[in-house]
Design a protein around this ligand. Structure first.
Ligand code: GLA
Length: 753
């Protein structure tokens, strides 16, 4: 049983395979947080806590004369509220009818059931009945009609606990939510570090690790989307924790809109972490009887370092967030024409690119931006989702059929949330674009954004896109969103409810995605937000992959994909091989290196293969074969970060078959040195007692029979798993700049004949 409830002492203990989480309703009916960490027993952890009188930290009225050590300002709470004696960051802030901002949450019961709760209209972890349990704990404010239900989904096998909150106004007077976080987590003691991922367009998901200091640290987005600037994923770990050691907590927000993740170390060195919708752009009015659901947060704890946190998230995202046929099905190797042509193409040119790619083994052709309306550059046409037949030289259906007749699947780029002022859609419905009446809206990439909080706009987009997709043989859609949102205002909301805009926008987007993905289950949808501007677990519920960044430079991608690997599996990371010099950086890297980077993701191409030499075409054919050969290992294997792009000379990562039969190690030199220091890799995930053969860049052994491998031993020699784990091997040196090596290890009979 994952959930153990001590009815008498009102203790709730949640167990996963390797972690335990505990809460307790105390004598004052406050729901205390008592433990989260390594797996332990069901005993009452609150007995070990130390409370004393902290001057200027007041006491709830009923305790003030009896016990001055009892203070909301220092108690470890499960869901804290603003205005009634807790001066730290809090998870809930309401405004009552009389203007007061007070709420007191007291325990009012629980419910336990088999299976995982779901959240209406929003993405959430899903699981079969046997795989999850749901615990709901009810809190209520004794002075108002406020009811707060804390939901916990426990996925025992996966070491994941999810949280979401359902807030109901049971009274008759309006209550306005000013802040409604999805989770609150308190630690009584500990020196923590906080790992977050910041960035910008073209350079997302940079790793940042800081000490948790006194005061408040936060990352978040007020940009309408989860954003390039901060990813809604963070790790809190004990000081000094590394990939293999130390207590680490991971938090992934299953949401594609504005968020805030904040941490505070308080006056007595207790740490609190809160995650939820960003309160700056948020308020939500609950009339009597109304209910509000927060988005979900996934949490995990690892007692054995950061690597395990990542592998837990990889598994839960692959198996319990991604849905639909493409969750399991092998995804096609694609070619996208964006960097090959930008807006400058004709139907003929696209067919030529597709034909050439097909010859090398590519399976899907994706037509990117520029095929519709009056779209010759990025300033016009968005919203007019009707093909530009003059430019294509034929109808869209004919073009798609020409490409499919070549034996290629056909895919298409869309940006359904965008609208250009110079578009027929805007001329018909100027009020559909987000703007504050009487003010000029902010343009971004020359475009405006459709008001997806409106039902009529959602209906129109669903209908138009469904008609478009229904009329052509299409198996892939890239769903882009190329701007952040500001001037937040919806003509459909009255003045007092404009604070609901941002969240309603995201709910509208989710409705559109739900309906379209349900209508076209055979289509593979790839998310995109000008690259990684909406790279979050929420979007992955509708689309099993997301374009990682508009930067395709293999070396820049090292840090982007390194950052992503902390919270997201390889199978969701959109990556392509592009041309050199790279269009974003001007850097020249070997084709093998670009291939190696793209294989740490969904794998595809974004260049005109027709312009390459015969040698390069052959190399591409070999890359595709290699990727397909190792598809299952790459997409479903256990991921280990061996070294970081921020240190040393070589970034190394490893993907191991969970049963330890095979391993693929990728090593990319980001810095080339004279007389270099050896890069040693201690392999993880192998079976100690088994023997392994090593293959360098797959065909090295066949191409150079009998030649000594650069790491010392000869092809065919067998090394024990224990030796590879304990002693490791040295990555071959770089013989040219930015060189990549792919080292494949396969179990073989040992000792070998
Ligand atoms: C965004 C995407 C690119 C490309 C362009 C087209 O920037 O991230 O991959 O599709 O839009 O305008």
């Amino acid at each position: 049983m994952a959930v153990i409830i001590d009815e008498q002492r009102r203790i709730f203990t949640l167990h996963t395979q390797n972690s335990t989480y505990q809460m307790k309703a105390d004598a004052q009916n406050v729901l205390l947080h008592t433990y989260y960490g390594e797996k332990t027993d069901n005993s009452d952890k609150s007995l070990l806590y130390y409370q004393t009188d902290r001057g200027f930290s007041g006491n709830p009225y009923e305790m003030g004369r009896i016990d001055r050590t009892y203070s909301m300002d220092s108690l470890l709470q499960e869901y804290s509220s603003f205005g009634t004696g807790d001066y730290r960051i809090t998870s809930l802030k309401v405004e009552n009818k009389d203007g007061s901002q007070a709420a007191e949450l007291r325990y009012a019961g629980y419910r336990l059931h088999q299976g995982k709760y779901f959240i209406p209209g929003m993405p959430a972890v899903y699981a079969e009945n046997g795989e999850a349990q749901t615990l709901m704990i009810r809190l209520a404010d004794p002075y108002s009609g406020l009811k707060v239900e804390l939901y916990y989904g426990i996925l025992e096998e996966t070491d994941i606990i999810t949280r979401a909150v359902k807030i109901t106004n049971q009274g008759t007077e309006d209550i306005v939510l000013k802040k409604a976080a999805s989770m609150n987590l308190d630690w009584e003691y500990g020196e923590f570090e906080w790992i977050s991922f910041y960035g910008r367009h073209g350079m997302e998901l940079n790793f940042q690790r800081e000490r948790i200091h006194h005061g408040i640290q936060a990352v978040g987005s007020v940009r309408g989307t989860s954003s390039h600037q901060y990813n809604p994923f963070a790790i809190l770990c004990e000081k000094g924790a590394d990939e293999k050691m130390g207590s680490c907590y991971g938090f992934s927000f299953v949401y594609s809109g504005e968020f805030l993740m904040e941490a505070e170390k308080d006056q007595i060195d207790r740490t609190r972490l809160i995650c939820g919708i960003h309160p700056d752009n948020f308020s939500w009015t609950l009339h009597g009887g109304d209910t509000f659901w927060t988005p979900e947060v996934m949490m995990t704890h690892s007692g054995s370092g950061l690597g395990k946190v990542s592998r837990n998230f990889h598994k839960v995202i692959r198996e319990h967030i991604c849905r639909g046929g493409w969750k399991e099905k092998q995804r096609p190797v694609l070619i996208n024409n964006w960097e090959a042509t930008y807006f400058d193409f004709t139907g003929e040119k696209l067919v030529a690119i597709a034909k050439e790619a097909k010859k090398q083994g590519v399976e899907l052709f994706v037509m990117d931006d520029g095929w519709y309306g009056k779209r010759e550059d990025d300033s016009t046409g968005l919203g007019d989702w009707f093909p530009n037949e003059k430019k294509l030289g034929c109808t869209l259906k004919e073009l798609a059929e020409r490409i499919t007749a070549e034996g290629m699947q056909f895919g298409i780029w869309l940006e359904p949330e965008g609208i250009s002022e110079d578009s027929d859609l805007y001329r018909c419905h100027p009020d559909w674009a987000v703007a504050v009446p009487g003010r000029k809206p902010c343009l971004s990439r020359g475009e405006l954004i459709l008001d997806f909080s409106r039902e009529d706009v959602q209906d129109y987009i669903i209908k138009r896109i469904a008609e478009l997709l229904g009329g052509i043989p299409v198996t892939y859609v890239k769903w882009d969103c190329n701007r952040a949102i500001c001037d937040k205002f919806s003509r459909m909301l009255d003045g007092s409810r404009q604070g609901e805009f941002s969240h309603r926008y995201v709910l509208g987007l989710y409705r559109v995605l739900e309906e379209l993905t349900e209508k076209f289950p055979e289509i593979l949808f790839e998310g995109c937000g000008g690259g990684g501007g909406r790279f979050d677990a929420g979007l992955l519920y509708y689309m099993p992959q997301i374009w990682g960044s508009d930067t395709t430079d293999a070396i820049e991608r090292l840090s982007i994909q390194y950052g992503a690997s902390f919270g997201y599996p390889v199978s969701v990371m959109g990556t392509h091989v592009s041309t050199v010099p790279n269009h974003q950086t001007g850097r020249v890297t070997p084709l093998a290196t670009r291939g190696c980077m793209a294989m740490a993701g969904t794998f595809g191409y974004e260049l005109d293969i027709g312009k390459l030499t015969q040698e390069e075409k052959t190399e591409i054919r070999e890359q595709i074969n290699l990727f397909k050969k190792h598809y299952n290992l790459i997409q479903h294997g256990d991921y280990y970060r061996i070294s970081s792009p921020y240190e040393g000379t070589c970034t190394v990562w490893e993907i191991a078959d969970p049963s330890g039969r095979e391993v693929l190690i990728s090593a990319v030199y980001h810095h080339v040195q004279a007389n270099p220091v050896p890069v040693r890799v201690k392999v993880q995930g192998l079976k100690d007692e088994a023997g392994y053969q090593l293959f360098l860049n797959e065909d090295f052994n066949e191409k150079y029979p009998g030649k000594r491998l650069p790491f010392g031993f000869r092809p065919g020699e067998v090394i024990s798993g224990a030796a590879l784990r304990q002693f490791g091997f040295v990555v071959p040196e770089a013989v040219n700049g930015f060189q990549a090596w792919q080292i494949y290890m396969k179990e073989c009979p040992y000792p070998c004949e």
